[in-house]
Design a binder for this molecule. Structure first.
Ligand code: TRP
Length: 337
């Protein structure tokens, strides 16, 4: 049986946090150990340039993300783990796809539309103010990431589903003109992947500045957990588990029977202090072994670099011959060849 090709990219603009871990990294690492799947995971550093023009941050983020995935036990024998910019065929394919993509399709992209809508709120402003061609055509770059490896399944968050649909559209258009070259990808939303709330009770996100970084030292992790906002119910007063940030995070780390006994403790009026202590211990038990490996990797960046280059070599074993076929298909070929 041929393995199904699962592919996802991680934009290199920040430090991985608990929300990224429970929602995306942990499920992806588990999938890397499934022998029916061939995962392609990559650092989307060209995507990073769309939102971030701070070179030091893009560079640091690439290091932290790569170190995190390796520390958490990504199976790099089975998975192809690479940096987007090490696979130049992605950019070459982006151009071939750009030339079959309707501008009208890009006009409908949520991220672009939201940016225009924001500009239009200011009377008299240019609707395209501050919008780069990178932002406008980024779904085409994302389509190239996916189609170059003929991925069938793309695990993403809800906000990215439209981009996968666009990748399908673009692939169909190319196939229609030049022959059946591309698999049409499907988005996969992991029903078990948790969405965690952050320190202030809103969704944990870099843009809200409410995250708990994944590999904070133990004492910092404890401090951050103590900062999570709760209501002012006293010890002994029954507490509600729904909409409780602490409970939600606990659920993402504990076994179902543990979650059930904490539910009972809530009804009995567990104190917030005790719940925070329990939560800290639960998270720390899962993260601590990887935290040590993470620190060791940060001190040996050449090891990370080697892994990424080995991943890129595996990716290019596929992308180089495929790109050659695609060049031929569009009529870019040697004269007389
Ligand atoms: N755009 C995605 C995000 O912001 C990251 C990404 C880039 C991606 N290329 C991809 C995800 C290809 C899936 C497939 O989350």
């Amino acid at each position: 049986m041929s393995k199904s090709i699962v592919l996802t990219g991680i934009t290199t603009t920040g430090t991985p946090h608990l929300g990224n871990y429970a929602g995306a990294i942990r499920p992806a690492i588990n999938a890397s150990k499934n022998e029916n799947v061939r995962p392609f995971y990559f650092l989307a550093d060209y995507h990073a340039l769309i939102k971030c023009q701070e070179p030091a941050r893009v560079k640091q983020s690439s290091l932290e993300i790569a170190a995190s995935w390796l520390a958490l036990g990504l199976d790099t024998e089975n998975a192809v783990f690479y940096r987007q910019s090490d696979v130049p065929e992605i950019l070459e394919l982006t151009w071939l796809l750009t030339c079959v993509t309707a501008k009208g399709l890009m006009n409908r992209a949520h991220a672009y539309k939201a940016a225009v809508a924001e500009n239009e709120e200011n009377e008299g402003a240019d609707p395209d103010k501050g919008i780069t061609m990178g932002l406008f055509s980024y779904p085409i770059l994302m389509a190239a990431d996916i189609l170059l490896f003929n991925a069938s399944h793309v695990p993403v968050g809800k906000d990215q589903i439209q981009h996968i649909e666009m990748a399908r559209d673009i692939a169909s258009r190319f196939n229609h003109i030049y022959g059946e070259h591309f698999t049409l990808p499907e988005a996969v939303l992991d029903a078990n992947a948790a969405t965690l709330l952050g320190l202030d009770g809103r969704k944990m996100s870099k843009s809200y500045n409410n995250t708990i970084p994944l590999f904070e030292p133990e004492n910092k992790l404890r401090k951050l957990i103590n900062k999570i906002k709760t209501n002012s119910l006293e010890p002994g007063q029954p507490k509600d588990t729904s909409d409780c940030t602490l409970f939600g995070i606990y659920q993402a780390f504990a076994a179902p029977h543990e979650v059930e006994s904490i539910r009972v403790r809530y009804a009995e009026g567990i104190s917030w202090g005790e719940m925070k202590q329990i939560l800290f211990e639960k998270i720390n038990a899962e993260i601590a072994p990887s935290r040590e490996r993470y620190q060791a990797l940060l001190e040996a960046p050449e090891h990370i670099e080697r892994q990424l280059l080995a991943g890129a070599a595996k990716a290019r074993d596929i992308s180089q011959p495929f790109m050659q076929t695609l060049r031929q298909a569009v009529g870019i070929a040697k004269i007389g060849g």
